[in-house]
Ligand binder design. Structure first.
Ligand SMILES: *Cc1c(COP(=O)(O)O)cnc(C)c1O
Length: 415
């Protein structure tokens, strides 16, 4: 498989070039030259890791059996709530968020196929969950170190604890600013020649290695629940892009619904056909606080005109008030506790009056947002063992003003 930029279809890249560059040199995003149509009969009755290696070998041109076995070593349960609604729990990986899937695949893939003697620095800006998943995946991987930038006081207490407690080759920086500031510093550093010596590598959802592994769970579950609608809590559109790719490959996926918080850039596009990126707003679903979804260009590449977009996709924007309401309601009706991100997807069912079979992609464990969720449901949430263990560890981080030059000196002095 070859890859092109969303802005130029003439120059072709290999998957490894696409992964190492992250962003195409012209500023576009990498996409496959053509999404392969598969014969889904060949995908029935495979285990999750086996389906993963078969599906992903279409894109990576390698034998991925071992990578998939190591990366996807946790359960992916589909919970049936009633006749029509099921929840796909994507949070049973080590950091209790769906980002473990792609981050773990990426780290195992690089470890197996790109071992080098040079020390590489994986630089990530995070609004909460990416940093933890990437750190956990690259923890103690030889010749890699991870540097995480997160907005101080704008992630949940437990997310912060998770980001700052890995130690070893993982380094956390608390930036006095917003997530947008963190992302800006990371972007600027990649463009700055002085940073070349740090061998920077990106691991945000602009990187194809962070998108493609997520195609697997949509494919896997769609074969068990063909034609269902999928409702996906959406921020930067990485997870939802993976669902659209699964659909284009021929897996039986119905309507795709982007559930956003009150950052409503995508909702406005859906209602008017006009795309206007905005500044991000802080909400209860903080991992989705995005005003300019970085994968929008990929979605547009797959559905170039507005009528195609509307035919395949619906978008909702959900307020903090509704997030609280649906955490309460879901607990009351189903005795099932959800995180604030997943709550946007539950709200979407009611907002769009979805009647048929629907699957909600549940993106994080509610225990990561315990203080807020417990207030809604009036009961204690059981903490998963992995999270509990991490909470016992000591944390450390570096405080930084939101300027690239401070990151430069930090990296220069890092052992
Ligand atoms: C990252 C994240 C999202 C948003 O995913 P995107 O791929 O950025 O759209 C939603 N929920 C949780 C819990 C997340 O960590």
């Amino acid at each position: 498989m070859k890859y092109i930029s969303t802005r130029n279809s003439k120059i072709k890249y290999s998957i490894d070039q696409a992964i190492n560059l992250g962003l195409a040199p012209d500023g576009g995003l990498f996409v496959p030259v053509k999404i392969p149509k598969v014969n889904i009969q060949n995908y029935h009755s495979l285990t999750f890791p086996d389906l993963a290696s078969k599906l992903l070998s279409n894109y990576f041109d390698k034998n991925l059996k071992l990578v998939c076995k190591k990366a996807f070593n946790f359960k992916v349960p589909l919970i049936k709530l009633n006749e029509n609604t099921s929840v796909l729990e994507l949070f049973h990986g080590p950091t209790c968020a769906f980002k473990d899937f792609a981050a773990r695949f990426m780290a195992e893939y690089l470890n197996q196929f790109q071992s080098s003697s040079k020390l590489k620095t994986v630089l990530v800006a995070t609004s909460g969950d990416t940093g933890g998943a990437v750190a956990s995946a690259f923890l103690n991987k030889k010749n890699y170190r991870v540097v995480i930038l997160y907005p101080k006081d704008k992630v949940s207490k437990r997310q912060e604890k998770q980001l700052t407690s890995f130690g070893n080759n993982v380094h956390a920086i608390a930036v006095n600013g917003t997530f947008d500031d963190c992302q800006k510093i990371v972007k600027q550093s990649f463009l700055d020649k002085r940073f070349k010596k740090f061998n920077l590598m990106s691991a945000n959802s602009v990187n194809l290695a962070r998108i493609l592994p997520q195609v697997v769970y949509y494919a896997f579950i769609s074969l068990k629940k063909p034609k269902a609608s999928w409702i996906i809590p959406t921020g930067n559109l990485g997870n939802a892009t993976a669902c659209l790719i699964a659909k284009k490959m021929g897996f039986p996926i119905g309507k795709v619904i982007f559930a956003c918080n009150s950052n409503d850039t995508l909702y406005k596009y859906y209602s008017t056909g006009k795309y206007n990126p905005q500044k991000s707003k802080h909400t209860l679903a903080n991992a989705m606080d995005v005003g300019a979804p970085s994968n929008f260009e990929r979605v547009q590449h797959f559905y170039p005109n507005y009528s195609q977009f509307k035919k395949n996709i619906s978008v909702v924007s959900i307020s903090d008030v509704e997030i609280r309401k649906f955490i309460k309601k879901t607990y009351k009706e189903h005795h099932y506790i959800i995180c604030p991100h997943t709550a946007t997807a539950f709200a979407a069912i009611e907002k769009l009056n979805i009647k048929g079979s629907a699957i909600i992609a549940s993106t994080a464990h509610p225990a990561k947002f315990d203080s807020m969720v417990e207030l809604c449901v009036n009961t204690k949430i059981k903490t998963p063992k992995m999270l509990a263990d991490l909470l016992k560890r000591s944390s450390s981080y570096f405080n930084m003003k939101p300027r690239k030059k401070y990151l430069y000196s930090y990296l220069k002095n890092l052992k």
